[in-house]
Design a protein around this ligand. Structure first.
Ligand code: C2O
Ligand code: CU
Length: 462
């Protein structure tokens, strides 16, 4: 009797110790509302000017959607724009019908219409959502936001911070530069580059941190075309995930992040301010400041990064399906003519009459261009050759691929990503298991390049 009572009490004690922690940590929500609409936004804090942007819930970036792994995410989306749009959930290994590619996986959501996105989220990590109809314009105008899938047993970081970087092109009046949208000069070169860098909608924001804490920093590049080069000051940062997928942790304090890519960092905060600089120009451009507030408490908890396991194992390379993709076009390239709508035309004509400039295997790509048909279960190697004078940020929908990446230095690193930055002349092999049926886009995420031909469909059938 006594013993039973004791047992009962001790288990109640354990429960009461555990429950508050769980319920505090996990306020789980899986239903969100997003509305796309014309919104006012102020870029320059000192000035009075406001800009007309297209935003989700009138915020830039759009609201953070944070959902637990294993849940079904439901987003009620309303389009209050004057043109059709859709939402793509970038990096989610989605069911095809919810992938959000207008005119490929769903009809566009017309002005005034509502569409319910509903899909399970089975991978924890850092993702983002963005418009996928005329993305080169709709994303440039601000239609994007972060999507975080939380692990069920999260690592005990004291702080989990998401920062979304964007490279805007503003006029002298600090207004969104509308007139230069669609410039063929941009489309045939690097894509639309900006002149105003924001982090979570602000320039050089202050994000306070506490001394002796462990921080997880999630960085998203929402730029249309700008590959950002960053450097942390005062700390060494450990990269723990790429495009959502956990990787073997490695220290890297100067790094590049291409359009649509994500990098997660683990940083142990001591007593100095953390600073982030952009380094593309010759001087260090202050991007974000993380002032550190002093405390007397001493860190004792160690972060166990062992809980960060990659989602998948490397696929079986026995009898892979090999798909060659020869990328050509753009300014200073070697493409003189290409097939467009079944007809061979000169690049000069294609550029001036159709605004088409890039090709895969000699064909101007679009949603009707099938790169390959693949049977479910095959291991695929996309052998891509960037035979152009430009970098390209190559993205595959519905899957992550393995890549022996040269993005982090001369020694290649085998990582899993959904977007890979290719250098001019580079040849790369993107390896994945075709385990998700449907019509999946493969395109450059320099959105002007995709719009002018660097896009195609991989058809995976069961
Ligand atoms: Cu993030 Cu097809 O794109
Ligand atoms: Cu490109």
């Amino acid at each position: 009797m006594k013993r039973r009572k004791f047992l009962l009490n001790s288990s109640t004690l354990i429960l009461s110790l555990i429950i508050p922690k769980i319920s505090l940590a996990r306020v789980s929500k899986n239903y969100f509302k997003l509305t796309a609409q014309l919104s006012k936004f102020k870029f320059d804090e000192k000035g009075n000017e406001t800009s007309n942007l297209w935003l989700y819930n009138q915020r830039s970036p759009g609201p953070t959607i944070s959902v637990d792994k294993g849940k079904e995410l439901i987003v009620e989306f309303k389009n209050l724009l004057e043109e059709p749009t859709t939402i793509h959930w970038h990096g989610i290994r989605n069911i095809n019908a919810m992938d959000g590619v207008a005119n490929l996986t769903q009809p566009p959501v017309e002005p005034g219409e509502t569409f319910i996105y509903k899909f399970p989220v089975n991978d924890a990590g850092t993702f983002w959502y963005h418009a996928h109809n005329k993305s080169w314009e709709q994303v440039a105008r601000g239609l994007y936001g972060p999507l975080i899938v939380q692990d069920i047993l999260p690592i005990d970081f004291d702080n989990d911070i998401t920062i979304v970087a964007d490279d805007w092109r503003l006029t002298k009046e600090y207004e969104f530069d509308e007139k230069s949208l669609g410039s063929l000069m941009d489309w045939s070169h690097q894509g639309r580059l900006g002149n105003w860098l924001t982090i979570n909608g602000e320039s050089n924001p202050k994000i306070p941190l506490k001394e002796n804490t462990h921080v997880r920093l999630r960085l998203i590049n929402a730029s249309n075309a700008r590959t950002l080069n960053f450097q942390f000051k005062n700390y060494s940062a450990k990269i723990i995930a790429l495009d959502g997928a956990p990787c073997e942790p490695f220290i890297k304090s100067s790094f590049q992040i291409a359009p649509a890519q994500r990098i997660d960092f683990a940083i142990d905060i001591k007593n100095k301010d953390l600073m982030l600089f952009e380094t593309s120009t010759d001087k260090l451009y202050p991007t974000a400041l993380f002032p550190v507030e002093k405390t007397d408490s001493i860190t004792n908890n160690k972060i166990n990064l062992k809980n960060l396991k990659n989602w998948d194992d490397f696929p079986d390379l026995n009898q892979p399906e090999i798909i060659d993709i020869h990328m050509q076009g753009g300014a200073m390239g070697n493409l003189s003519s290409a097939i467009f709508n079944g007809e061979k035309k000169s690049l000069r004509e294609l550029a001036s009459k159709e605004a088409k400039l890039w090709a895969f295997n000699g064909e101007i790509g679009d949603y009707n261009y099938t790169i390959a048909k693949i049977k479910m279960g095959e291991t695929v190697i996309l052998k891509i050759w960037n035979d152009t004078s430009w970098k390209h940020s190559m993205h595959l929908h519905g899957h992550h691929f393995w890549i022996n990446s040269f993005e982090f230095g001369k020694t290649p690193k085998m990582v899993m990503r959904d977007t890979y930055l290719m250098q001019p002349g580079e040849k790369a092999e993107l390896i994945f298991e075709a385990n998700n049926p449907g019509l999946w886009l493969f395109h450059c995420h320099m959105l002007e390049h995709a719009a002018s031909g660097m896009v195609g469909v991989i058809n995976i059938n069961s």
